[in-house]
Write a protein that binds this ligand. Structure first.
Ligand SMILES: Cc1cc2nc3c(=O)[nH]c(=O)nc-3n(C[C@H](O)[C@H](O)[C@H](O)COP(=O)(O)OP(=O)(O)OC[C@H]3O[C@@H](n4cnc5c(N)ncnc54)[C@H](O)[C@@H]3O)c2cc1C
Length: 308
């Protein structure tokens, strides 16, 4: 019994988010992109494809022992299934059971043609039918559910697309048990967009990190000044670009209110940990709203399998 979340195209989407072109489809270019990613070891987009296969504990323990030779190899066991992402599968391809490789080859024809050095013109390309099942807007961005692989286990997976300010993404990316691919301002030069808070919340006195819902005095004046600073930063950014300055340096002037976008593929156990921490009243309002939207979309199963 086999399950897969993702396709050849999922890899391409997660790679193309770097240039904010994840919604474009061009099969011939997509195939060449997979080859490029594989050959240049730009491997993180392969992490968004997840395979689960029925396995005995003995077989799983044997697979787990692969990490003696390959310290980064990761495989998990839940609900009688072994769970592996495509990057791990590729790294351990000679040692994974043949039935798993055959299933993956069938479902990811272009990726396997690349791995096995076959002619890409002759190969099929598997498409991603599940782009954005639901999307929820919040005051500081949006979250969309791209895909799910749910077998009722701690290692069920979801892929989300998230748009939020840089400072929220910094908090989000601290959640390491999951995979990310994000838009890169080294590639894109379109005019950045910004989250402008509706008002300036007052610093909490009880918790040094937190805020209250109450606005500070002159809140609207500060909001206007934030807009001025953001506009000045964008002007300087565009001037540097117009003078052929490198995008990778020009982006340094853009404030943390700038919006970014990323794909996030996360196992249920890690997602529940995220929801515990980020829907809590101690979490910052902007990330809390996005976490609550995710909880509404896919539910919360608790973190009883995790001690710390
Ligand atoms: C309200 C709030 C305030 C915060 N303030 C700060 C701050 O001031 N400064 C700061 O640096 N961070 C801060 N953080 C971030 C926090 O320390 C965590 O990095 C973040 O919440 C991710 O949690 P995690 O490590 O449990 O998740 P993940 O990284 O997704 O890890 C999931 C789980 O895997 C296990 N795990 C992962 N990696 C390891 C490892 N290397 N060793 C052992 N177990 C591991 C743990 O069980 C962990 O819970 C804050 C977070 C919150 C919610």
């Amino acid at each position: 019994m086999f399950y897969i979340m993702g396709s050849d195209q999922r890899i391409v989407r997660c790679a193309r988010v770097s240039f904010a072109k994840d919604d474009t489809v061009d099969v011939e270019r997509d195939k060449r992109l997979i080859k490029y990613l594989y050959q240049h070891k730009h491997a993180s987009p392969f992490e968004h494809v997840i395979i689960a296969f029925k396995s005995s504990k003995e077989e799983f323990l044997d697979l787990l022992s692969l990490s003696i030779e390959l310290p980064t190899f990761q495989v998990y066991y839940a609900g009688g299934y072994a769970w592996v992402n495509l990057r791990n599968l590729i790294n351990a391809i000679e040692r994974l059971p043949q039935r798993v490789i055959e299933f993956a080859r069938e479902r990811l024809p272009t990726t396997f043609a690349v791995i096995e050095g076959r002619d890409l013109e002759e190969t099929d390309y598997s498409l991603d039918f599940a782009y954005l099942k639901t999307k929820v807007e919040t005051s500081a961005g949006f979250v969309g559910l791209v895909d799910s692989l749910e077998l009722g286990t701690a290692m069920d997976y979801h892929t989300f697309i998230v748009e939020c300010p840089i400072f929220v993404a910094r908090q989000w990316h601290r959640h390491r048990f999951g995979s990310y691919n994000e838009v890169s301002r080294r590639y894109v030069s379109y005019e950045p967009t910004f989250y402008i808070p509706p008002y300036i919340r007052r610093q909490a006195t009880s918790n040094k990190q937190a805020s209250t819902d109450e606005p500070v005095e002159n809140s609207s004046l500060f909001v206007e000044r934030i807009k001025e600073v953001v506009n000045q930063a964008v002007e300087l950014y565009e001037e540097i670009i117009e003078h052929e300055g490198a995008k990778e340096l020009a982006r340094g002037v853009l404030p943390q209110f700038m919006m970014t976008r990323f794909y996030w593929t996360v196992p249920r156990i890690s997602l529940d940990n995220f929801l515990t921490l980020r829907t809590h009243e101690h979490a910052q309002k902007e990330i809390r709203e996005l976490a609550l939207a995710i909880r509404d979309m896919v539910g919360y199963r608790g973190t009883d399998r995790m001690r710390l």
